[in-house]
Design a protein around this ligand. Structure first.
Ligand SMILES: *[C@@H]1O[C@H](CO)[C@@H](O)[C@H](O)[C@H]1NC(C)=O
Ligand SMILES: *[C@@H]1O[C@H](CO)[C@@H](O)[C@H](O)[C@H]1NC(C)=O
Ligand SMILES: *[C@@H]1O[C@H](CO)[C@@H](O)[C@H](O)[C@H]1NC(C)=O
Ligand SMILES: *[C@@H]1O[C@H](CO)[C@@H](O)[C@H](O)[C@H]1NC(C)=O
Ligand SMILES: *[C@@H]1O[C@H](CO)[C@@H](O)[C@H](O)[C@H]1NC(C)=O
Ligand SMILES: *[C@@H]1O[C@H](CO)[C@@H](O)[C@H](O)[C@H]1NC(C)=O
Ligand SMILES: *[C@@H]1O[C@H](CO)[C@@H](O)[C@H](O)[C@H]1NC(C)=O
Ligand SMILES: *[C@@H]1O[C@H](CO)[C@@H](O)[C@H](O)[C@H]1NC(C)=O
Ligand SMILES: *[C@@H]1O[C@H](CO)[C@@H](O)[C@H](O)[C@H]1NC(C)=O
Ligand SMILES: *[C@@H]1O[C@H](CO)[C@@H](O)[C@H](O)[C@H]1NC(C)=O
Ligand SMILES: *[C@@H]1O[C@H](CO)[C@@H](O)[C@H](O)[C@H]1NC(C)=O
Ligand SMILES: [Zn+2]
Length: 759
């Protein structure tokens, strides 16, 4: 085995580590914002209980609560010149070696990414809370610190680390490069300033808009189960949890969706936030189009339905589908199969008889990833719609927020009177490199490795340094692959300081967690927090977990799951007692909220802000050219003259194109395409779709000598109104004006008109 592997030579690993991986790039952050204001009477029985039972007059509604809503859509940079989308978390410095030459991989845009912001405030009281759900893989510490800095300079003490939650939806088809810890630079080619800036500005802008549009309103909560949309992707880990515990649940995933509905005092619909545990990995790692995956599609459907007659991404109604304890939850419901032989590989190591672990991939429920995305997204949307329509339990009571920064490398946890355990300095295990059935790794790492491999260990020791005996012992039985906690060059590789945070909106407690809790980890955390509220005079709290918040620390598996060292456990970076430590910390926050003691919580050590301005291996943009006799925007391949309005028809046109990063680079808003319909009545063309639509796809394919093509596809949905249509492309190309100066020049391309006829 070792002999065989050694053919994968040292320099190759080095190359992989240094040059590449996952480039999630290309970003369009548009912002949807909702802003909502509730009210609370400061009164007799606000405390100690944040729950309004028996507190007449505390009802938001009859006191004229505030709610506000406004939506805007803003596109920010930068679709990438190297638009290989990022797959499978930040896990895989070993993942993408298949992309020998990432420069030649095409890319593009399927749907836009949005930041959705919600503000809830007490009209008389001083309390406010902000919840942001952003269509990105995860919120990084860098993003959070920069957002907080901007909020402070604009709003002073109004929006702070304790009352602002930033949560990522965990789409795996978004941009990368917005992290300050070194490990993530490997997977996203450094710290890409334009990407970081666009995410930070996008999030802040969504909060600004929310802030400016406060309205009085009411909140309602509802819950229900979403069927046929998830499987547990590490069922063998789940089975390691005690039987007595598992017996209490009917499924090895959490099927419950929690939904918060917002209306204004006149009853106008404003928006919703829902929380549901599923990985947005319906689009697999062969996809190169930026998109917000299954949960993004659910948002799209809901917003399109409520914002009738508006272009996608526009209109006042905002629907956020936020992440939760999705650590071991896959949307690929047909389960894992060997790509080569077609047999099931639903085994503890997720390996195939031929080809090993790298052949074992999950799929379904659709015939391809686009259809799977739509099926899962639609399931989630339909349940949300039902819960939204039926929501009748009003959320009332005061607002409260509790936050601490914690040095997670050395938290001491009291298991019982006699036993105390500790968390560890961060480290990733061997199975981290194996990936999951939602996106396999490479180099034949398998899940469930509890023994190191002498070959890789030696490479690690030479390249990255050997872990200390203390760290090795602390992480047992995890064999350490990346000893990130002891690697500090040029900056630390993983965070020491993480955020723990709870925001309470009346009887709803939102736990903002810095990573991906597995199903059982999430259940234990929610239950422990609920008990803490119960025992301090706040019974009946609705406790939800908001995932991928504030800083990314990979996964949080239970102690029992940890022993098996599948991917999620190998990625539980602070060791076997990570979950116990979080439970202890969140209980402390809950108690503080219940007892009105949040002021007394120690803020903890502030996270570092590294002085890295930009560090990227992304090629810079260079001068571009059109083929002889053509110019930018010229049509290379035309649409047909006629299409039928049936499922499966695709209108398609190819233009002489330019790098989409040019357009994103200096424009705050840029739309890459429109579908236009001719109106006989006004004798003019009307835009019916833009690039935020899930029916349009924008492909960029890079050629040689500065040439590239752009193809626009419109997947004509059944029900499209017959008529005359055309497709338009908007771009910028780079032109040299003199020896020193290169500028971006805008251009457009237009297809011929074509007819859509009834079937
Ligand atoms: C909560 O505590 C603050 C001081 O930390 C105090 O001003 C406030 O009155 C308390 N609220 C209630 C309801 O006890
Ligand atoms: C990976 O290991 C499996 C058996 O464990 C083997 O069949 C397969 O050929 C190996 N693949 C590579 C690329 O070494
Ligand atoms: C991704 O899905 C497509 C179908 O949409 C399939 O052809 C491809 O093999 C899948 N790739 C992986 C790595 O699962
Ligand atoms: C976190 O704690 C460890 C151990 O106590 C210490 O070595 C480390 O410097 C701390 N990290 C930070 C960022 O303060
Ligand atoms: C961890 O904290 C304990 C006290 O809680 C201290 O005794 C110990 O030295 C710390 N370990 C490190 C590595 O700082
Ligand atoms: C305390 O916890 C440890 C580890 O789980 C266990 O071995 C021990 O029996 C427990 N002690 C008591 C008194 O429950
Ligand atoms: C670590 O442990 C090994 C044996 O378990 C021992 O040989 C080595 O000296 C130890 N290293 C240090 C720095 O203590
Ligand atoms: C950050 O680093 C740059 C050089 O890389 C230096 O010019 C600048 O002063 C540093 N800023 C701070 C705040 O240390
Ligand atoms: C609009 O004009 C086209 C071509 O002139 C014609 O075929 C079509 O029937 C007209 N549609 C309507 C609704 O008048
Ligand atoms: C662009 O399109 C033309 C015409 O279809 C084709 O010949 C050429 O290879 C394409 N170039 C790229 C980079 O895809
Ligand atoms: C982009 O930059 C070019 C100069 O390089 C400028 O002419 C153009 O107006 C800019 N576009 C926007 C939208 O800022
Ligand atoms: Zn994940």
């Amino acid at each position: 085995m070792a002999g065989k592997r050694s053919r994968c030579s040292f320099s190759r690993l080095e190359l992989i580590l240094i040059v590449c991986l996952v480039l999630m790039i290309s970003l369009t952050v548009a912002l949807l914002v909702l802003h909502f204001l509730t009210r609370n009477t400061n009164g007799k029985c606000s405390y100690p209980s944040p729950v309004p039972q028996g507190c007449p007059g505390q009802d938001f509604s009859d006191r004229g609560t505030g709610g506000g809503l406004q939506v805007t859509a803003e596109l920010s940079p930068p679709p990438s010149s190297v638009p290989v989308t990022h797959r499978n978390d930040q896990r895989a410095p070993l993942l993408q070696m298949g992309y020998a030459n990432p420069e030649q991989v095409g890319g593009g845009l399927l749907s836009r990414l949005y930041s959705r912001a919600f503000i809830v405030a007490e009209p008389q009281g001083s309390q406010r809370v902000v919840f942001v759900s952003a269509d990105i893989g995860m919120v990084s510490q860098r993003v959070r610190l920069e957002v907080l800095k901007q909020l402070r300079s604009k709003y002073g003490e109004l929006y702070r680390q304790d009352n602002v939650i930033l949560s990522g939806t965990h789409t795996h088809s978004g941009p990368g490069g917005y992290f300050q810890y070194t490990l993530f630079w490997i997977t996203s080619r450094g710290l890409v300033q334009p990407t970081l800036k666009s995410i930070v500005n996008g999030i802040v802008k969504s909060i600004d808009i929310a802030h400016e549009n406060m309205k009085k309103g009411r909140l309602f909560i509802n819950r229900g189960t979403v069927e046929n949309s998830q499987i547990n992707r590490s069922p063998f880990s789940y089975l390691a949890n005690p039987q007595s515990e598992r017996k209490r649940y009917s499924s090895n995933t959490d099927k419950e969706m929690v939904l918060l509905k917002m209306v204004d005092v006149e009853g106008h619909e404003l928006g919703l936030i829902s929380w549901f545990a599923v990985h947005p990995v319906s689009m697999n790692n062969s996809n190169h189009l930026v998109n917000s995956d299954n949960v993004g599609y659910a948002s799209y459907l809901f917003e399109q339905e409520k914002n009738k007659g508006m272009l996608p991404g526009e209109g006042p109604f905002v629907a956020a589908f936020a992440s939760s304890n999705l650590g071991d939850v896959s949307p690929n419901t047909r389960g894992p199969f060997c790509a080569n032989t077609g047999e099931s590989c639903d085994n503890p190591q997720s390996t195939c008889p031929v080809g090993g672990a790298s052949m074992c991939m999950a799929k379904g429920p659709g015939k391809d990833m686009f259809e799977s995305t739509r099926i899962i997204g639609q399931n989630i949307y339909l349940k949300a719609k039902e819960l939204y329509e039926k929501a009748s339990q009003e959320v009332t009571g005061p607002l409260s927020s509790a936050h601490q920064w914690v040095n997670m490398t050395n938290v001491s946890v009291e298991l019982n009177a006699t036993h105390t355990v500790r968390t560890c300095k961060p480290a990733l295990g061997h199975s981290f490199a194996a990936g999951t059935i939602d996106g396999v790794g490479a180099l034949n790492f398998t899940q469930g490795s509890v023994e190191g491999d002498p070959f890789w260990d030696q490479i690690r020791d030479q390249l990255l340094g050997e872990p200390s005996n203390e760290t090795k012992a602390c992480h047992q039985p995890k064999p350490i692959l990346f000893n990130t906690g002891e690697m500090t060059w040029p900056h630390p590789w993983h965070p020491d300081i993480v955020d723990v945070q709870i925001v309470a909106i009346g009887s709803l407690a939102i736990l903002a967690v810095p990573g991906e809790f597995t199903t059982m980890s999430g259940r234990r955390l929610r239950e422990a927090v609920q008990r803490e509220f119960d025992s301090h005079g706040s019974p009946g709290m609705n406790v939800v977990i908001a995932g991928l918040c504030n800083v990314y620390t990979h996964y949080i598996a239970t102690y029992e799951e940890y022993q098996l060292q599948r991917y999620e456990a190998a990625s539980t970076i602070y060791g076997p007692h990570t979950l116990s430590a979080y439970i202890q910390l969140y209980r402390g926050l809950a108690k503080a909220i219940a007892l009105n003691g949040t002021q007394e919580l120690s803020p903890g050590p502030e996270p570092p802000f590294f002085n890295v301005t930009s560090l990227t291996l992304l090629p810079s943009l260079s001068v571009e050219s059109a083929p002889a006799g053509k110019t930018f925007g010229d049509v290379l391949e035309e649409v047909r003259q006629e299409y039928r309005e049936v499922r499966g028809e695709v209108a398609e046109v190819t233009f002489v194109g330019a790098n989409p990063r040019n357009s994103a680079e200096n424009a705050t808003e840029h739309n890459f395409l429109t579908v236009e319909r001719y109106s006989n009545i006004s004798s003019s063309w009307r835009v019916v779709l833009n690039d935020a639509s899930w029916d349009t796809r924008f492909y960029w394919s890079k050629g040689t000598s500065g040439r590239s093509n752009v193809t626009i596809e419109w997947h004509i949905p059944a029900g499209t109104e017959p008529g005359v249509y055309r497709l338009r492309y908007f771009g910028h190309y780079k032109k040299r004006v003199n020896f020193l100066r290169v500028i971006s020049v805008p251009f457009e391309g237009l297809s011929s008109a074509f007819q859509i006829t009834a079937p």
